[in-house]
Design a protein around this ligand. Structure first.
Ligand code: 7RM
Length: 655
């Protein structure tokens, strides 16, 4: 038995089926951890506002707030009347504190051997100059700036440069297609697009500028493009509209006054999938977001000055916003930023990066861990990863089998694992162990962090003390979303209508065990989670129906060993079109082109009809049952029961 498990630790797959092991913090870890006292939970609960005010006070404010919280459900304002600047808090104050020479970013290019080491001074200079470039290009406070970039330090500079002048950034993941980029720019009415000539992915060039050109052709709000040179590939530069970053930076002034922002001024918009085809522009403001992103980075990862932190997310997702850019940089952390994929040039790339840079804190997604498991531990065993002292996961529920593998083969049974539950909408981690205080259980995100009140509720809103229900956040928190860009009604409907505006509904199912631990069960609505990314069924359906041969489609998430969920699409072809392998491949490719490769369906099932309720709603639950080969659940609301039977037969023949 290993020294830190209370119960049996035979990590055979069988033993994991019923998960009852408990992993308390090890003595070595507890000896050095910053938060060791569980009293912090009770203290925070006694006066949540005072608790969060204490966290906010750790930032630098140009003017202190008058009121901690104004709560008119479902609208919250935190630190009302306070003024601050996010870029100032991530850069200037560290330099003032003598940390200018400290390494901020260790950037690893995808091609091995290419590395850039940037101090806080370096980042400060680049951000100031870039902020001046934005001004030269006509960007002012409150303007939206779209950012469509590969994983290079300039992506972080761009975000911080926007924050410096009070422009609202709208980062679009570099893997998104022309249409996705176009829609996100148009919805936000962005004035400027910051992009790159291209990015590297598995040695190939991703033509970001080309995609940008196609997108902005249909974006009347875009006035200028600022283009970073990364791949040196041939790109079209439109005279008067497109500007090279390196040319502009040469001439840019070295200092840009940070704009004093109201605590409730918008810091960024980030789009996330919804159940209808249209993505939602989630709004985050400055004071509350920065307070909580900064505090949670420190507590959850036990971040210390000498740590080398590495979050493997892309800056295009909220995890990159909160745990690459704002959280770590506001804490003056040293972090690794990596451009490429875990399997390039080989499957040991992550472990080589950890070995080379002595990474001490590693934060990644369960989907990546499942890929590492599949590749085998021989890849990590070739490297020295003994610098690691804490591991984290985010993006989806982690299956105990993957948790144990991570713990054993990456953490060498000495690193605590923080399974962090949160969303684009929550802005920062809400449910996660404090690693020096909470005993962990593989597969459970454990308990709400101090200052967070979360419950499991029934449909009617009564609390479930033991068992399953809907997860709900029952008090406001500083980094909560402030709305959906341009659609207040949708904000109310999506998040606040379930329990009459009283309590936040994240859309996840959860259950509580007898020890009060939360076990997240995934989305209760129709949003799929593929490799840690939320994709709406409607988005994929819209893309499919957009194809000339498709009449109708219904998309469901099916469990996938590697990606958590994979996409299965039921498709009705228009008359005169032949179902078959060729059509299937065409449609898969079509979805990938429309949305991005992450949305490519794994399976396409051709059918003549779809099971619907009498009111015409597709019964996805039944489709999931069919696609996963399960016995059918309740079919009483079904309009025509024979459809399901014929689909089942058909699916088992083809599937
Ligand atoms: C950070 C992020 C949010 C959705 C969320 C959940 C799922 C995320 C966990 C998790 C179980 C976790 N933002 N989710 N983390 N489920 N355990 N630790 O992922 O907006 O892209 O997705 O992801 O369903 O609602 S997100």
């Amino acid at each position: 038995m290993s020294d830190h498990t209370k119960q049996g630790s035979k990590d055979t797959v069988k033993a994991l089926l019923v998960e009852n092991r408990v992993f308390p913090p090890r003595a070595e870890f507890k000896g050095q951890v910053d938060i060791k006292d569980a009293a912090i939970y009770a203290e925070a609960a006694k006066d949540r506002e005072a608790f969060w005010a204490g966290c906010a006070a750790k930032l630098d404010w140009f003017k202190k707030w008058d009121t901690v919280l104004e709560w008119e459900a479902p609208f919250a304002k935190w630190f009302v009347g306070g003024k601050l600047n996010a870029s100032y808090n991530c850069l200037d104050r560290h330099i003032k504190n003598g940390l200018g020479q400290k390494t901020a970013i260790i950037w690893e290019a995808e091609s091995e051997g290419e590395q850039r080491i940037l101090s806080y001074d370096d980042v400060y200079t680049a951000v100031n100059k870039m902020a001046n470039c934005l001004k030269t290009l006509g960007v002012a406070k409150g303007d939206r700036v779209a950012i469509y970039m590969p994983m290079v330090p300039e992506a972080a500079f761009a975000m911080l440069a926007c924050a410096r002048i009070g422009a609202i950034h709208n980062v679009v993941f570099g893997g998104f297609s022309v249409d996705s980029l176009r829609d996100r720019i148009n919805d936000a009415q962005a004035k400027l697009l910051i992009t790159a000539d291209g990015g590297f992915r598995r040695g190939k060039i991703v033509p970001l500028k080309e995609t940008s050109d196609k997108a902005v052709a249909e974006c009347p709000s875009i006035e200028k493009l600022l283009v970073i040179q990364r791949t040196k590939s041939d790109v079209n530069m439109k005279e008067g509209r497109d500007h090279w970053y390196h040319d502009m930076m040469e001439k840019a002034d070295e200092f840009c006054e940070p704009e004093p922002m109201d605590a409730e001024d918008i810091l960024f918009i980030l789009y996330t999938s919804g159940t209808t085809g249209k993505p939602k522009g989630i709004i985050h403001t400055t004071g509350g977001y920065l307070t909580q992103a900064t505090a949670t980075t420190k507590w959850v990862f036990d971040l210390k000055s000498e740590d080398i932190f590495w979050c493997t997310a892309d800056v295009g997702w909220v995890t990159g916003h909160s745990y690459i850019v704002y959280g770590p940089m506001a804490n003056a952390a040293t972090q690794v930023m990596y451009e490429g994929t875990p399997d390039f040039p080989e499957r040991d790339r992550f472990w080589k990066i950890i070995e080379k840079n002595k990474v001490s804190i590693f934060y990644t997604a369960p989907t990546a861990i499942r890929a590492f498991m599949k590749w085998g531990e021989e890849w990590v065993n070739k490297c020295d990863v003994s610098s690691l002292r804490l591991l984290g996961t985010v993006g989806e529920p982690i299956n105990p089998e993957a948790w144990i593998w991570y713990h054993k083969h990456i953490g060498k049974e000495k690193c605590p694992i923080v399974d962090t539950w949160w969303q684009t909408e929550t802005g920062s981690i809400l449910i996660s162990p404090l690693p020096g205080v909470i005993d962990t259980k593989p597969g459970s995100a454990t308990k709400p962090l101090p200052g967070i009140e979360a419950k499991i509720l029934t449909e009617e809103g009564s609390e479930v003390e033991k068992g399953g229900g809907y997860l709900s956040i029952t008090s406001p928190w500083p980094s909560m979303l402030r709305g959906i860009w341009g659609d207040e009604q949708r904000y109310k409907d999506t998040y606040w209508s379930k329990w009459e505006g009283k309590s936040y509904f994240p859309g996840d199912g959860a259950k509580k065990d007898p020890d009060g631990y939360f076990w997240l069960l995934g989305r209760v609505d129709d949003v799929m989670n593929v490799a840690g990314h939320n994709i709406g069924t409607m988005e994929v359906e819209s893309a499919l129906v957009d194809h000339p041969t498709v009449a109708e489609s219904a998309v469901v998430g099916i469990s996938d060993e590697l990606k958590g969920q994979a996409i299965a699409a039921f498709v009705i072809l228009k008359e005169g079109n032949e179902p078959g392998k060729e059509e299937e491949d065409t449609l898969k490719q079509h979805v990938a082109n429309k949305i991005g490769a992450i949305a490519r369906p794994k399976k396409i099932i051709f059918t003549a009809e779809l099971p619907k309720t009498r009111s015409g709603k597709i019964m996805r639950r039944l489709l999931r049952d069919i696609a996963e080969g399960r016995a059918l659940g309740d079919v009483t609301t079904l309009a025509d029961a024979s459809i399901v039977e014929s689909l089942k037969t058909k699916y088992s023949e083809e599937g």
